[in-house]
Design a protein around this ligand. Structure first.
Ligand code: DGJ
Length: 692
């Protein structure tokens, strides 16, 4: 038996690898001391036997095997092309340890090789793992799991994510019990409903304290997740592509990377690892040191009603408010007057834009803003030149139900990809365009990994050809957010909801994985278009300033007072965005469930800002104190309210924050917290802190 340890900052994974079978994980948790005896670790994990059990416990290996009498779900389901089930028995073939650990196993009779790869990131604390199946002859692979890990025993619940359009990232908490919790997203894209991740909090874990394990599957094509508790009490977590993603026989199948995090500082420890890993390892930034520009996106201002006169007037106002990048949304291309036609025809509409887009782009540049343009490359309307010329490029039968009146294109088709590349690259090469908003407004007719690979390929080609252009992953809002798509993009449109109250909650839960610098958040219209609610400009602006800030209302609707508030908050964002770009988002455990609060903390711990959002009516009348986290207990911090002008006449008392700064130890801030001034629901306090 050979033992391997994989260490990443705060976590250790230990594998035991026999020569006559697959390896299994003997430990996954807090970092073990150097020199820990790994054989003893494995010995301490071995289970006893009693009546009603086999004479040996089949191991929960990195790919549990049916042939090994494993009593739970297998990690590999493979068949010969005629459908005959194959039951491989793997033995060790080779090991390679460089920066990564690679363990290969073969079944020589069946000509199958299974390879597990692990990489550890000492700075972000993430362990990345994947599995590959190679076959000498074509086989059908119904299921291939990324390296299968044991679920923690001292855990009563698991958290995965559901959601819907305009209400993404809803945590779903399920008690552990014998049997399976399964998620199988067959829609062909990540989906509002299916963020591919699981968090396994130990008993008593909160945002700020306790242990948690977490996994994210970095793939945009739909995932399958199994969290199974066996009758003997063991737990296993499997992630892979959604069922039937690779329906044809092949000689190579591989999972997407599975990202593993562990924390002994509450959910925040896992969140910070994911945030840092996405920001510093997955996203490739054309200009890493350039501040995140404030966006203006015209969608909710004008929809399809494009005119140079209106858009230049809007741009003037947006620039005066502080916008630095102007994104021309849907509606600019040939015949696109509503959402029933024209997808696929990526040439400029000559009626709306008789002189092309250049006059608008020049105007935008003249205001000192960069210019971005909307595309939805993977889609086509039946009423389009593309569909008329190439009905064969549509994915699935033309009789299928449409989504937003549109079909999906078959991205596995290289000719189609060439065509899309030519259309987009021509637009980019003939105009000064610094940004693409890449939309995807429907699910696929069926899931197919080749579709996702095709999209990744097109994105890669475009990025290689235009390395200076940033891309936003938008998918009716947050329908395609995962580390797979983020390897090709720099921003996500988190949700189509510009409702500040909804957004506050969505942002809070998405921060379990996403750093602020990739998470788009816009100040919407006074009356929200997706909820009909009206929120103050202060609340709307501060919620947007929590992430990568932008505006999306028609700025001509703003009163002078609203414009002044928005200008002020935007200036605050610009003054702070440099350090916020690399800050960690720490979710706070608010004593009042009506408060959604977070602390964005500089990487060096010298400063922080707390956003305390009031998301509902509190049961008690006086605000409960808010406890901070992650501070040096012995250090002193000066804290001050950044939006004192939002104190209303309903606050009649004298909590210290109302009148000026306070200096407190980290211990005091973390143990007792700060009493907030009274405020109404749908408002936010901003508290800035500096280490003295
Ligand atoms: C859905 C996006 O999420 C919106 O922001 C907008 O770009 C529309 N599509 C345009 O059709």
């Amino acid at each position: 038996m050979t033992h391997y340890r994989i260490d990443a900052l705060r976590q250790t994974l230990v594998l035991a690898a026999p020569s006559d079978g697959l390896p299994h994980c003997t430990f996954w948790g807090a970092r073990l001391p150097d020199g820990a005896d790994l054989a003893q670790v494995a010995a301490s994990a071995a289970l006893d036997l009693t009546g009603g059990m086999l004479d040996a416990n089949p191991e929960l290996t990195l790919c549990p095997q049916t042939a090994a009498a494993f009593p739970g779900q297998p990690g590999l389901v493979v068949r010969s092309p005629d459908g005959t089930p194959l039951r491989p028995v793997f033995t060790k073939a080779g090991t390679k340890r460089t920066d990564t650990l690679s363990l290969a196993y073969t079944d020589e009779d069946l000509g199958l090789t299974l390879t597990f790869r692990f990489a550890a990131d000492a700075a972000t604390g993430i362990i990345t793992a994947s599995t590959t199946l190679d076959s000498d002859t074509p086989v059908l692979c119904d299921w291939l799991a990324a390296p299968v890990l044991p679920g923690p025993q001292l855990a009563d619940q698991m958290i995965d994510f559901a959601g819907r359009w305009c209400d993404e990232f809803q945590p779903v908490t399920t008690p552990w019990a014998t049997g399976i919790r399964a998620r199988d997203n067959r829609t062909g894209r990540t989906g509002h409903e299916h963020f591919p991740a699981i968090i396994l909090p130990a008993r008593g874990c909160t945002n700020t304290g306790g242990e948690a394990h977490a996994l994210h599957y970095g793939w945009s094509g739909g995932h399958r997740m199994l969290a199974e508790e066996l009758p003997d009490g063991r737990r296993q977590i499997q992630f892979g592509h959604a069922t039937a993603s690779d329906p044809l026989p092949g000689t190579r199948f591989e999972t997407a990377p599975l990202y593993a995090a562990f924390s002994d500082t509450g959910l925040n420890g896992c969140a910070v690892s994911f945030q840092r890993h996405l920001r510093d390892r997955i996203v490739t930034w054309p200009q890493p040191d350039t501040p995140r520009p404030v966006h203006y996106n015209c969608w909710e201002a004008i929809y399809f009603d494009h005119s140079l006169a209106a858009l230049t007037a809007i741009a003037d106002r947006a620039a005066a408010l502080g916008a630095e990048r102007f994104v021309l949304d849907d509606g600019w291309f040939k015949g696109r007057n509503d959402d029933t036609t024209s997808l696929g025809d990526w040439t400029i509409d000559a009626t709306k834009w008789p002189d092309g887009l250049t006059p608008l782009i020049d105007h935008i540049h003249g205001l000192g803003m960069t210019f971005g343009l909307w595309f939805e490359p993977e889609m086509v309307n039946a009423d389009s030149d593309l569909a008329r010329a190439h009905p064969d490029w549509i994915l699935g039968p033309t009789t299928q139900p449409l989504g937003r009146g549109q079909y999906v294109l078959d991205m596995a088709n290289a000719d189609l990809r060439d065509h899309l590349f030519t259309q987009i690259t021509t637009t980019l090469s003939t105009h000064d365009i610094e940004y693409i908003k890449w939309d995807h407004n429907r699910v696929l007719p069926y899931n197919d990994a080749a579709q996702t690979r095709g999209t990744y390929d097109l994105l890669k080609r475009l990025r290689d050809a235009h390395p200076e252009v940033e891309i936003e992953s938008c998918s009716s809002g947050g329908g395609r957010i995962d580390f797979g798509i983020m390897a090709h993009t720099q921003r996500v449109w988190l949700s189509d909801s510009n409702d500040a109250l909804s957004r506050l909650r969505i942002q809070h839960d998405a921060a379990l994985f996403l750093p602020s610098c990739v998470t788009g958040s816009h100040v919407g219209p006074r009356t929200c278009h997706t909820t009909g609610r009206i929120h103050s400009i202060s609340f709307r602006a501060w919620v947007a300033a929590q992430r990568h800030m932008g505006f999306e209302m028609d700025p001509r609707e703003l009163t002078d007072a609203e414009a002044a508030t928005l200008t002020k908050v935007t200036a605050w964002y610009k003054a702070n965005r440099d350090w916020l770009r690399t800050a960690d988002i720490l979710r706070l455990d608010a004593a009042d469930p009506a408060i959604i609060a977070e602390q964005q903390q500089a990487a060096d711990g010298t400063r922080f800002v707390v956003f305390a959002g009031h998301a509902g009516t509190s049961t008690q009348i006086a605000p409960r104190p808010l406890r901070l986290t992650g501070l040096d207990p012995a250090a002193s911090y000066t804290i001050d309210l950044a939006n004192r002008e939002d104190i209303s006449s309903l606050s009649r008392g004298t909590p210290a924050l109302k009148s000026g700064p306070l200096t407190l130890t980290g211990q005091s801030l973390m143990s007792q917290g700060i009493a907030l001034p009274y405020d109404l629901p749908d408002s936010m306090w901003i508290i800035e802190g500096h280490r003295a």
